[in-house]
Write a protein that binds this ligand. Structure first.
Ligand SMILES: CC1(C)CN=C(N2CCN(c3ncnc4sc(CCF)cc34)CC2)S1
Length: 495
């Protein structure tokens, strides 16, 4: 069984961050594809030593003795696990039935089944450090991203060049076929959702759905698949302690990928790097703010500005740095992105993101600025700034439009209470300087009044048929057939 190529073996044993960076650089350079199973096993083995099997409390505290604790990763260890993966995949798939150069949906489902059926019957799916093939091969455990990556790695082992990872902000699937036009679910998503493995991601599902980014997912190359496992490195030892070595390895590998231009179409990886640079800045490298802005530019340029996280990465950073006005602008931009979507039950992650911003971060920010008397006296605080008020309203307007036409409600009493709390902090004067303009309805012949009349009569007709208007019914303004469209409100400060 062919093990590693000579140029792979020569890097072992890996004894330092630099050794790992050299291995990855070598793998990412030249015409050969990077070896996905090899790299995932290496990262998983290191993460296991530095975070999972960390010495129990009470033993030598290396951080005090400044002794480096980077593990020695032996070739034999990695090669044995690699052989196990290759053997498992090749034994489970009889390729004689699949003669085409590109994968078929049947083969994708089959490979997904091979990974899926090898998983432990039941384990805590949300646990950390379950993302790598090291976890799969030593513990038969993978998280939902790990299953998708495992399928892509298995196809690389089988010699297919067309099967690639597709990534949204909270889900992963694969693209395959002649011109990468086919898509297939290969893993589960969230809790209590039936997995849809083998099914294509159709417009009906992906349109207006944040989970599928309105059909604008990150479509990975082999090098971006390497970036996804580097970005997926989890340096956490516990809820409060991170492994500095693991975080530093992740940061160095992300800079390597950045320099090789493999992050330019991967906004979340740029955001991850920005977060790492905030924690521990690398001299002569771009600032976090630049990386967050590069992530936004990438989403604008490559993904029709359908990604939300680039704006919440930036907003979170600005908030932590106390740049409250700019944080509000970033969050308003995030809400402007989410307004295109309809909220459904599989979108909880982005719901939690906006819940924290609206009901925790913004109220906390309002308290801080309200107690800043100097700023109050000189009217320099955001409470007197029409731009901030306009961004505040744009933020909430985006969330309201997100809810409109959605099968699942977004807002509840806590949202309303926090809105009133934050809104009331603004000084009355800001309202004199903003203009709330409604754009006219489309080429609607009937006037607004006639239209409302039609609608009310129409509804009366429906109610006449004892139509139950249950509260999950999308609001009437979004029923098909309604003429004209929702007046667009542009909230702009005057002048
Ligand atoms: C602004 C934030 C709340 C901070 N961290 C965030 N994330 C951490 C990193 N994340 C990611 N980073 C790189 N690649 C991926 S692929 C994916 C979907 C599951 F496969 C998630 C994700 C997800 C989002 S968003």
């Amino acid at each position: 069984m062919a093990g590693f190529r000579e140029n792979e073996k020569q890097h072992f044993p890996l004894q330092s961050i630099q050794d790992v960076v050299d291995l990855f650089r070598d793998q990412l350079t030249g015409s050969d594809e990077p070896n996905l199973p090899l790299l995932s096993i290496v990262l998983g083995a290191i993460e296991n030593v530095l975070t999972v099997n960390r010495s129990l409390p009470g033993e030598i505290d290396h951080s005090k003795t400044l002794e480096p604790i980077f593990p020695v990763i032996e070739l034999e260890t990695v090669e044995a696990l690699y052989e196990k993966f290759v053997t498992h995949v090749k034994r489970s798939i009889d390729l004689t039935k699949f003669c085409g150069e590109v994968a078929t949906r049947e083969l994708v489902k089959l490979v997904s089944d091979v990974i899926w059926s090898s998983l432990m019957r039941s384990f805590y799916k949300d646990k950390a450090h379950l993302q790598s093939l090291y976890s799969f091969l030593t513990g038969n455990k993978l998280d939902c991203f790990g299953v998708a990556f495992g399928v892509v790695a298995a196809f690389q082992v089988l010699g297919y060049k067309d099967v690639h990872l597709a990534l949204s902000e909270d889900h992963a699937w694969v693209t395959f076929g002649q011109d990468l036009l086919e898509t297939a679910e290969v893993t589960w998503h969230g809790k209590g959702n039936e997995d849809k493995r083998g099914q294509p991601i159709t417009m009906g599902v992906s349109e207006k759905s944040w989970l599928y980014l309105n059909d604008q997912p990150v479509l990975c190359t082999r090098q971006m698949e390497v970036a996804s496992i580097v970005s997926g490195i989890n340096p956490s030892i516990s809820a409060t302690v991170d492994s500095l070595e693991m975080g530093s390895l992740q940061q160095e590998l992300l800079w390597l990928l950045y320099d090789m231009d493999h992050l330019s179409r991967y906004p979340m990886a740029l955001g991850n790097l920005g977060d790492l640079e905030e924690i521990s800045p690398t001299p002569e490298r771009p600032q976090p703010i630049d990386l967050f802005n590069e992530a936004i530019q990438s989403a604008l340029e490559h993904y029709n500005n359908q990604h939300v996280y680039p704006y919440t990465y930036l907003g979170g950073y600005l908030y932590r740095k106390g740049h409250h006005k700019k944080a509000l602008q970033a969050w308003a931009d995030a809400a402007d992105t989410v307004r295109n979507y309809n909220y459904n039950r599989e979108d909880e992650e982005i719901y939690k993101e906006f819940l924290e911003i609206a009901n925790d971060l913004i109220p906390h920010m309002m308290k801080i600025v309200a107690s800043d008397n100097a700023a109050r006296i000189h009217h320099t605080s955001l409470l007197y700034d029409p731009d901030c008020y306009a961004n505040f309203l744009r933020f909430y307007d985006g969330i309201c439009e997100w809810e409109e036409g959605s099968p699942t409600p977004v807002l509840h009493i806590t949202w309303a209470k926090q809105l009133v709390f934050s809104l009331s902090k603004f000084d009355l004067s800001v309202r004199e300087h903003i203009e709330v303009k409604g754009e006219g309805l489309e080429d609607d012949s009937s006037s607004e009044e006639e239209e409302m009349e039609e609608e009310v009569n129409g509804r009366r007709g429906e109610e006449g048929e004892d139509k139950v208007m249950d509260d999950t019914e999308p609001s009437s303004s979004h029923r098909p057939g309604r003429r004209g469209r929702r007046p667009k409100i542009n909230i702009e400060p005057e002048g």
